[in-house]
Design a protein around this ligand. Structure first.
Ligand code: NAD
Ligand code: DAU
Length: 335
């Protein structure tokens, strides 16, 4: 299978590429702009694999997308590339619009022109907005996004689905809950709290810390995307939840206890504007149609994740310092 992956140098995309390359029949082209969140170190273990190739390009660049499709002739596309962080989207929504909306449009147009057989649009449970207890959002739940990030994902989901309705383009949308695991950029809750705790730095908790998220280990998410890529139905949406809802303060408590650090590191700070109180997903559809279920429970996943950050201090260190940009220019140039 010839597969084109976008955003493969990010957290989830790189885990997906590492997983898929276990199949000797797959040829992958990874198309990534290498924003602050894209890191080719995440792909060191596969960079010399003859089944893998990389091109640095912006998904919103029509000519570059045409070249990539012309060159690779993919049968399938998995679209991860996005501005993925809610706080950044609040501070500066422009790149969110450019990549998540305009970029998705350009990629859909290119993939349609080249007649790909399957396009998986990777999306998020945030499109449903905050869910009242005890409800769970299934795939028919109304969309009520709160942030520029989640609104851009809701918009791109609808655009992708319209390509099925209008053009019978074989698109499938996945909506996953909060991912965690190795190689996650330390701006998201888990890697930020883990790296700060390991350095005895304060842990900034937004508001009262009682917001609920459903935690999904990244490899479980990648297995779900693979299942959808192979067996999902065109024009359908599949929720992918971790079946593990926890309040932020409980997650942080678990990190403090696993790292042996004191609760005094917790520092309550101002709340995120428009902060969603609770996410809760029903994943019954993917479980019954595609026999997928999460395999890594939160305690085990958290242990593995903390151990990875402890063992990969240099990976974290170069992200923390201004060295990062220089390191990139020196190591990767304009690739
Ligand atoms: P990430 O921020 O770690 O990685 C994003 C990747 O996309 C980076 O490699 C970046 O360089 C690349 N990219 C950004 N803009 C680009 C552009 N214009 N052209 C090409 N490449 C570009 O993100 P992630 O956490 O791995 O998320 C991947 C996808 O999964 C996103 O679509 C996100 O919305 C979705 N998602 C994430 C989570 C989560 O918890 N992290 C949960 C559900 C869904
Ligand atoms: O639900 C899926 C989504 O999960 C993905 O679509 C997004 O790409 C991903 O970033 C994530 O969004 P969240 O906003 O839920 O994740 P984040 O890690 O930013 O925050 C998780 C919770 O922790 C949220 O309630 C805000 C809180 N938080 C976050 C940070 C970074 C804090 O209290 N302090 C912090 O410093």
């Amino acid at each position: 299978m010839k597969l084109l992956v976008t955003g493969g140098a990010g957290f989830i995309g790189s885990a997906f590429i590492r997983l898929v390359l276990g199949d000797p029949t797959v040829q992958i082209l990874n198309v990534d702009k290498l924003t602050y969140a894209g890191n080719l170190d995440n792909l060191r273990s596969v960079e010399n694999n003859p089944q893998y190739a990389f091109v640095r390009a912006d998904v919103a660049d029509r000519a570059a997308m045409r070249d990539a499709f012309e060159h690779h002739r993919p049968e399938t596309v998995v679209h991860f590339a996005a501005e993925s962080h809610v706080d950044r989207s609040i501070l500066n929504p422009q790149p969110v619009f450019d990549t998540n909306l305009a970029g998705t449009f350009t990629l859909l147009e290119t993939a349609r022109a080249f007649g790909v057989a399957r396009f998986v649009h990777v999306s998020t449970d945030e499109v449903y907005g905050s869910i009242e207890t005890p409800l769970e959002a299934d795939e028919a739940y109304p969309l009520k996004p709160s942030s520029p990030y989640s609104a851009s994902k809701a918009g791109s989901d609808l655009l992708a689905l319209s390509y099925f309705t209008t053009y019978r383009f074989p698109v499938v949308v996945t909506r996953a809950s909060n991912n965690y695991g190795p190689y996650q950029f330390p701006e998201k809750l888990l890697p930020l709290m883990i790296s700060n705790a390991l350095q005895d730095r304060p842990l900034p908790v937004y508001g009262d810390g009682q917001q609920i998220r459903d935690w999904l280990y990244v490899d479980d998410h990648c297995r779900a995307i693979l299942a959808v890529l192979g067996g999902g139905r065109d024009g359908q949406i599949y929720n992918i939840g971790g079946s593990r809802s926890l309040a932020n303060l409980d997650v942080i408590g678990a990190i403090l206890s696993a790292t042996g650090k004191p609760e005094s590191l917790i520092q309550h700070v101002g709340d995120r504007p428009g902060h969603d109180r609770r996410y809760a997903l029903s994943s019954r559809k993917i479980m019954s149609e595609l026999q997928w279920a999460p395999l890594v429970d939160f305690e085990d996943g958290l242990r593995r994740t903390i151990r990875w950050y402890q063992d990969n201090e240099p990976w974290l260190e170069h992200l923390r310092t201004g060295e990062y940009q220089r390191y990139y220019a020196e190591n990767y140039g304009n690739r």
